[in-house]
Design a protein around this ligand. Structure first.
Ligand SMILES: O=C(O)CCC(=O)C(=O)O
Ligand SMILES: [Fe+2]
Length: 309
C-alpha cells in the first residue's frame, strides 16, 4: 500500500481551505455553526437526553449503557449516531439542523469539490472521553480510501482543562497498517506515532460554533482531562462525497441503505437500543480484535447481503 499522499484535488476544490486541508490533513473554520442552532440543541439535550434512563450506544465503550453522570452533572460516556435517535424527534431534528446546515454543506463542497455529501456517522460528547489516537479509515472511509472527512463541532468554548481534541498535521500520508494486524496492535502503533511526533501535535482552542474538518487518514485523538469540572461539549460527523462508495480500510460496502432527511442522505449504522441490537453489538465487540474471526464475519456479512438480492 502506498505511504504517500492519497487525496486528489478536483477543479471545484480550488479554494484556500481545500489547499490547507490537502496539505495538513485538517482545516479549522471559525464560527461556522450559529449559536442559535447550538443553543437549541443543548436545551433539548438537557431536557430529553441528560435525564433519560434509556440505554444509548457509546462510542467510548462500544456498549449500550445508561448515562453515567459525574458529580458536576456531565455524562461521562459519548453518544454514537445521535442523528438516528428517532425516539427523541426534537433532539434529532436539532442535530440534523447542524449536520446539514447550509454553511456546513457549503464548507464540505469547498473542501472536497463534491457537490453533495452523505452523513455516515455521528457522535456527541458532554465530557472528554480521552479518545486514543487513530485514523478513521480503519472504521469508515470512502472506497477508494482517503476521501471521507469528519467534522468536530464545538458546542461551547472548550477550556484547555477539559482535555482537547487534537490532530497530527500532515499525518494523512501515514500508513501503519499491514495485513492481519489486530486492532489493538494497530492502536499501539498509533500511540507510538503520536509519542514520537509529540511536538507536532495540534490541539487548537475551539470556540462555540468553530468546526474542524479532518481527513479519514489523519491521525487524531483527545488529550487527557486536566480538571473534570470542565465539560467538553462537542459533536462530530463523518461525511462521504455522495458519488463515492462507502467502506473502510478492509471492505467496500456498496449495499448501505441511505435514509432521507429533507433531501439529504444519511446512513444510520448503530440502531437505538433493543435486546437484539445489544446482542449484536456484544458479538461484534467480542470478535473485533481477532483478525481471523473478523475476516469470517466480513465474508459472512457480504454473503448474507448478496443472498438478499
Ligand atoms: O472527539 C473525540 O474525542 C474523538 C472523535 C473522533 O475520533 C471521531 O469523531 O472520529
Ligand atoms: Fe475518529
Amino acid at each position: 500500500m502506498s505511504t504517500t499522499a492519497a487525496v486528489a484535488v478536483s477543479p471545484a476544490q480550488d479554494t484556500q481551505e481545500a489547499a490547507y486541508y490537502n496539505q495538513h490533513g485538517y482545516v479549522v473554520l471559525p464560527g461556522l455553526v450559529s449559536e442559535a442552532k447550538i443553543d437549541r440543541l443543548m436545551d433539548l439535550y438537557r431536557r430529553d437526553i441528560l435525564p433519560s434512563d434509556s440505554k444509548f450506544f457509546r462510542q467510548s465503550t462500544n456498549a449500550y449503557e445508561t448515562n453515567r453522570i459525574n458529580e458536576h452533572g456531565y455524562v461521562a460516556q459519548s453518544f454514537l449516531d445521535v442523528h438516528a435517535y428517532k425516539s427523541f424527534p426534537e433532539f434529532r431534528e436539532a442535530v440534523m439542523e447542524i449536520y446539514f446546515a447550509p454553511e456546513v454543506l457549503e464548507a464540505l463542497t469547498r473542501i472536497t469539490g463534491s457537490a453533495r455529501h452523505n452523513l455516515m456517522q455521528s457522535m456527541l460528547f458532554d465530557l472528554n472521553a480521552a479518545t486514543p489516537p487513530h485514523q478513521d479509515w480503519w472504521y469508515l472511509d470512502s472506497v477508494p480510501n482517503g476521501h471521507l472527512l469528519a467534522a468536530w463541532i464545538a458546542l461551547e468554548d472548550i477550556d484547555e482543562r477539559a482535555g482537547r481534541f487534537y490532530v497530527m498535521p500532515g499525518s494523512q500520508t501515514v500508513n501503519l497498517h499491514e495485513a492481519e494486524l489486530p486492532h489493538s496492535k494497530w492502536l499501539e502503533r498509533m500511540a507510538d506515532y503520536v509519542e514520537k511526533h509529540r511536538s507536532e501535535l495540534h490541539a487548537p482552542a475551539m470556540k462555540k460554533g468553530d468546526v474542524m474538518f479532518w481527513n479519514s487518514r489523519t491521525v487524531h485523538g483527545s488529550l487527557h482531562t486536566i480538571d473534570p469540572r470542565f465539560s467538553r461539549k462537542s459533536l462530530t460527523a463523518h461525511y462521504l462525497p455522495s458519488e463515492m462508495t462507502y467502506g473502510n480500510l478492509f471492505a467496500s460496502k456498496p449495499w448501505v441503505k441511505y435514509e432521507d432527511w429533507k433531501g439529504q442522505q444519511y446512513f444510520a449504522n448503530q440502531p437505538e437500543y433493543s435486546l437484539k441490537a445489544d446482542l449484536a453489538s456484544r458479538v461484534k465487540v467480542s470478535i473485533y480484535d481477532n483478525p481471523t474471526l473478523l475476516k469470517v464475519a466480513r465474508k459472512f456479512q457480504k454473503k448474507a447481503l448478496s443472498d438478499l438480492k
